[in-house]
Design a protein around this ligand. Structure first.
Ligand SMILES: Cc1ncc(COP(=O)(O)O)c(C=O)c1O
Length: 388
């Protein structure tokens, strides 16, 4: 049995196989044709004109932009502006990407070889498991599982220690977390970093939802500011509601690693798109406004979703998110995948089953960052009332 597994692993590595990207395949199928969406992880967006107006820049300014190649690590002014958000990271530690998700691929390629072991948070956005499994082999990926007690998420540091072996090279986390909305405390973070330091491990921290702290949730420092062996992924897609801009960056303080990453990036995007860098600079000027508006939407939708789950306790169980724009909800049906299909066909409502997020078929992710969430939830409730 073991040797059969080994053979299938060798085959998958040899053939460069990678798991299906379940979440993106699902959205490709439904995002642009189902009317009521309850599961998007991004926040409310704006038009180019609205963005320029917020920053008091004429829209016509983009017309002067030259469309030549850009600097490979990213525009120096943009890097300096973004670096100001970090306490210790400098502009030279930032690498602007072609797209945020590219940062996951580049990190896996740069840091790992087959046979290395990786510890990944679970549940997780697919790429944060599958991309690393692709490089090191699925058997070398250990899951560090979030658990929920009385509706509140936690992540056990003793469980992390138990997963570390002599071959472990990297720990992969995502804070604030998609899909649970979990964010650890600063005290937890200090202990976490001391464990990583003790075992001399690299940390890949996905901070795509950085700054989306719900009311009363203490802030946690960027890993870039507290751990020298961290690689941090950030971007404008989620917190700032600009996923169509495809603006993302890595923070890498290890200079040798930075150079190797850049070499990989020459094979994937060479340099960032000029219009994206231009608009990212505009967006960064009004980042507080964009984030604040999205936080207000999230707080409102969170109340709506929690109350909705309480009205339908036989069908839904709410787990409280404390940060980010998503939450995980248990759904008491035999298969959430089948239920989601039924809701698309009969109610025109889109939910995301958590199967693609490494969480089985008993839950769904809800996305709290969009204005239309309340209307979609009302539509689902009408449907439930008609069928109860
Ligand atoms: C945790 C996480 N990381 C990375 C990404 C990729 O971001 P983008 O779609 O902007 O490339 C996503 C998108 O859903 C995400 O949820």
């Amino acid at each position: 049995m073991r040797s059969l597994l080994y053979l299938s692993w060798v085959k998958s590595v040899a053939m460069n196989e990678i798991q299906s990207f379940g979440t993106e395949l699902y959205f490709e199928q439904y995002e642009f044709n189902v009317q009521h969406q309850l599961c998007n992880s991004d926040c409310e967006t704006v038009s180019v004109a609205e963005l320029c107006q917020m920053a008091d820049i004429p829209v016509a300014a983009i017309g002067d932009l030259h469309l030549g190649y850009t600097e490979a690590p990213g525009n120096p002014d943009l890097r300096a502006a973004l670096a100001s958000a970090y306490a210790t990271a400098q502009a030279d530690d930032l690498m602007i990407l072609g797209t945020p998700i590219e940062g996951i691929y580049l990190t896996a390629r740069t840091l790992l070889a087959s046979g290395d072991e990786v510890i990944v948070l679970s549940p997780a956005y697919d790429a944060l498991i599958n991309m690393f499994a692709h490089v090191v082999g699925a058997d070398n990926v250990a899951r560090w599982r979030l658990t929920s007690t009385e509706g509140n998420w936690s992540l056990d540091l003793n469980a992390l220690e138990a997963l570390i072996t002599a071959k472990t090279k990297l720990v992969v986390v995502n804070f604030p977390h998609n899909p649970t909305g979990y964010l650890p405390s600063p005290e937890w973070q200090a202990e976490f970093i001391s464990i990583l330091r003790k075992h001399d491990l690299y940390l890949f921290q996905d901070e795509m939802y950085f700054g989306l702290n719900h009311q009363g949730t203490p802030s946690m420092a960027s890993a870039a500011d507290v751990y020298e062996k961290s690689i941090v992924l950030s971007g404008l897609s989620k917190t700032y509601g600009l996923p169509g801009l495809r603006s993302g960056w890595l923070v890498v303080q290890d200079k040798a690693l930075y150079q190797t990453l850049k070499n990989w990036k020459f094979y994937t995007s060479i340099c960032p798109p000029a219009p994206t860098e231009f608009l990212a600079q505009v967006a960064w000027q009004v980042r507080d406004q964009l984030k604040q508006r999205n936080l207000e939407i999230i707080e409102m939708n969170k109340r709506l979703a929690r109350d909705f789950c309480q009205r339908w306790p036989d069908l839904f169980t709410w787990h409280n998110p404390v940060a980010g724009s998503t939450a995980l909800v248990d759904v008491h049906v035999p298969s959430v995948t089948a239920y989601a299909d039924q809701l698309v066909r009969e109610a025109g409502v889109l939910i995301l089953p958590t199967t693609s997020l490494d969480y089985g078929d008993g839950a769904m992710r809800v996305g709290l960052g969009r204005k239309a969430f309340g209307a979609a939830l009302a539509e689902l409730e009408q449907y439930l009332k008609r069928h109860s």
